[in-house]
Design a protein. Sequence first.
Length: 248
Amino acid sequence: MNSHRIAEILVDKGKTLFDSPRNIVTFTGNVQADTLLNDLENTPHAFVLACVMDRQMKAELAWQIPYFISEKLGNFNFQTLAALSSQEVEKLMTVPSPLHRFPSEMSKNFYFAVQTISKNYGGVASNIWSGRPSSAEVVYRFLQFRGVGQKIGTMAANILARDFKVEFSDYYSIDISVDVHIRRVFYRLGLIPDQASNEQIIFRARALSPQFPGLLDLPVWEIGRTWCKPSEPICSECYMQQVCPKTL
């Protein structure tokens, strides 16, 4: 029964975030980088390319890569990016210093992402999500990008729906994006057993919020990042303290 109450609180928090007005999303803490990433009207490809870059390094740094490349190029027009060769992209990614932990591999991902936007979406990245597509279709389209898996695909769709207020025809296929914070909070709330697989966590979230599993993503992540720390958790300040098995 307690899991139902836990789900109610998390879903309510998620709905509040989902229903809130659109504001500038702080992806990096770098004002110029965040301005570029938030401009879906003029540079939607910056958001898509940042999602593609978000692998195996701190997210705040990975999401700045489009801005750093724009600085080197002098602009971030899609036509400029589409004209670059794979060798030119790798040079941008590596000189004078690497922009990513794995610059060679991520250079390929960046280059092929630009080519995918050009060939599949007419050079306009917002065509990935325009026209109220289903959530499954949007996640599938992100999965077509080299190096993008389920976690990044659902994360991208979730940010578009929750933060950028892009309307989809449904939200069933936007899953929770499992990371260390979400795993820790789910375990401490008694929602999963110790050593649960990523699949178990994803399906647990689906069971708790069937119409929109990803609604739980940001509330749980914020709890883990802010209060439910690996050591010395600040339980007295967490709004889940009244239902959390660890504090009862």
